[in-house]
Design a protein around this ligand. Structure first.
Ligand code: FES
Length: 85
């Protein structure tokens, strides 16, 4: 079995920052360091993704988490990792 890896794209545009992207990033970073996610995830900050109405926006596994909250994002990450076997 190969190494599992999940990329997480977090918008760092001004609207998303205004909608809490910074604290979301903090929460996610802490979670990504522990348990089954440890070493399997890479959080990447992006510029505005043109979905500001849904801020904060996070992409996991080609899925847009709109008005993203840490628990929704983590659920998607875990699902995506499971799908990789
Ligand atoms: S600022 Fe995040 S989508 Fe525009």
């Amino acid at each position: 079995m190969g190494h599992k890896r999940q990329l997480i794209f977090l918008c760092n545009g001004s609207d998303c920052r205004g909608a809490g992207a910074k604290s979301l990033k903090k929460e996610l970073k802490a979670e990504l360091k522990s348990g089954e996610l440890k070493g399997n995830c890479k959080l990447i900050e992006t510029k505005c993704m043109d979905m500001c109405k849904s801020a904060p926006v996070v992409i996991v596994n080609q899925y847009f988490c709109k008005k993203a909250a840490a628990d929704t994002v983590l659920k998607e990450i875990k699902k995506a990792l499971r799908e990789q076997g």
